[in-house]
Write a protein that binds this ligand. Structure first.
Ligand SMILES: [Fe+2]
Ligand SMILES: [Fe+2]
Length: 473
């Protein structure tokens, strides 16, 4: 059927008019052909609450496929796949704590075994048999840390064979650099029921090379906090318009706190513009639908989102994420997630544990809320996204999903609402700002968030630049 014949049918005409009344400015010729030959597509468009300004064939194809919310770890088309995605969720039993810590110990100790200084590491039980001047190496999990008045640190370290106290001179590591529950290597001499450390070896990451190739750009944002009275709509509008003007930006990464949530902290309702989760999710969907079609969007949850409050967080439950269901090119993943985009691995993590890491490590305590890359660096060094168990909520699964066993090219976090761009051993460190204006609580803590500040990256070479979307006209 040609367009003229199609429009002669009054019912068809009405539907097309309804689509244009939703703000459509242009329908590309190919897309128009598909619409005329497929009345189902017209019906779908006519029933959608918001539609893009420009209708393309890709958008229609995507609409027809009715993308499902990704809950497992399927292979995705177009060379993209979640390399590692969390989808376990079993009840906690005393046994799960044991297997959780065993899994952490085994995975991180395997990384440590590969370090030349630890190749000949012995078990803690063996150290009591080889006491003396010989330098030994052990690998263990830190159970306990005490600082003495004479500038020494006493750790209790355990492995599968037993435990020992370890005396660490304060000159070896910065104060707070070793944290409880992390797995480290130690070289030193064994005494009776004690080990004298000469050096401490963190799991560390190897030097990472950026695989150069022709690739598009990507925008990294986070912390929308839709539903909060402090959500800055003009910043969102600027991001939407900027992405429409910059079509070479093909990917958008959103690192959690999509909505402000309900009951996240005491008296939160006073700061809420939208007081229900359903309302906030509907509003989030409305904003996401404004984004240019053809833009691939990856989102994960944060501690404000309606997901379980302990990490790792699975992808948003399908029932809650229902309003997001028909958004083209949107992928909803777990927090954390390892995403492969055209050969670049992006580790997306909301960053809740940054609070505890920044607080524990004294030399960065007063700096890292201004430069979050300092906290990110320690997570990579410890090869763990949430090393201190119990400081932020972590779910004790059979396997510790928070271990960084795959080293990414990019580590992207949010949560602290402060922009940061850095590099550690070749890994690009990105901390995006927020769409939420500074809260009274943040002001009280002396934090200086970066509303409207996000990061655009050339995926060809890893060069990242900040953009202040609060100043764009
Ligand atoms: Fe946030
Ligand atoms: Fe957060």
């Amino acid at each position: 059927m040609d367009l003229t014949t199609f429009m002669q049918d009054s019912e068809h005409k009405q539907k097309v008019e309804r689509i244009f009344s939703k703000g459509v400015r242009m329908i590309y010729q190919d897309a128009l052909k598909s619409l005329v030959s497929d009345i189902e597509l017209i019906d779908l468009l006519a029933t959608m609450e918001t539609v893009p300004e420009e209708i393309t064939t890709e958008f229609l194809q995507c609409l027809k496929k009715q993308p499902e919310i990704i809950e497992a770890a399927p292979k995705l088309p177009g060379g993209m796949s979640p390399l590692k995605e969390y989808n376990e969720w079993e009840p906690v039993t005393p046994k799960s704590f044991l297997s959780f810590f065993l899994s952490r110990y085994k995975t991180v100790s395997q990384i440590l075994w590969r370090r030349p200084q630890l190749k000949n590491a012995v078990s803690i039980a063996q150290t009591s048999r080889i006491r003396g001047r010989e330098e030994l190496a052990i690998i263990g999990m830190v159970r306990d840390i005490h600082d003495t008045h004479n500038n020494k640190r006493i750790l209790t370290v355990e492995d599968l064979s037993g435990s020992t106290r370890v005396i660490v001179p304060s000159t070896l590591v910065e104060k707070g650099e070793i944290v409880t529950d992390e797995v480290i290597g130690i070289r030193g001499q064994a005494g009776r029921d004690i080990f004298f450390a000469n050096s401490v070896i963190f799991p560390e990451i190897p030097q990472v090379q950026w695989p150069s190739a022709e690739r598009p750009r990507a925008l990294f944002v986070s912390d929308l906090h839709v539903g909060s009275k402090k959500f800055i709509e003009p910043v969102w509008d600027n991001v939407v318009s900027w992405l429409k003007e910059h079509k070479d930006v093909k990917y958008l990464f959103v690192a959690g706190d999509l909505v402000d949530g309900v009951g996240v902290y005491q008296n939160q309702n006073k700061s809420l513009e939208i007081e229900t989760i359903e309302g906030q999710m509907e509003s989030l969907a409305k904003y996401l639908k404004q984004l240019r079609s053809g833009l691939k969007i990856f989102v994960i949850s944060g501690n404000h989102d309606p997901n379980r409050d302990s990490e790792p967080q699975p992808a948003l439950p399908a029932e809650i994420a229902k309003p997001l269901k028909n958004i083209c090119d949107l992928e909803i993943h777990s927090n954390p997630s390892w995403i492969d985009v055209e050969g670049i691995t992006v580790l997306m993590y909301h960053g809740t544990s940054l609070d505890s890491i920044i607080d524990a490590i004294e030399p960065i305590r007063n700096k890292a809320y201004h430069d979050p890359c300092l906290g990110q660096m320690h997570l990579l060094k410890k090869r763990h996204l949430s090393p201190i168990f119990g400081r932020n909520k972590v779910f004790p699964d059979k396997e510790d999903f928070m271990v960084i066993n795959k080293v990414p090219h990019v580590l992207h976090t949010g949560h602290v609402h402060k922009i940061g761009i850095g590099k550690y051993r070749g890994v690009r460190l990105l901390s995006s700002g927020t769409f939420q204006d500074t809260t009274d609580f943040q002001e009280k803590l002396g934090h200086e968030p970066s509303p409207g500040h996000f990061i655009v990256m050339e995926l060809s070479n890893g060069v990242a630049k900040p953009i202040d979307f609060s100043r764009l006209q």
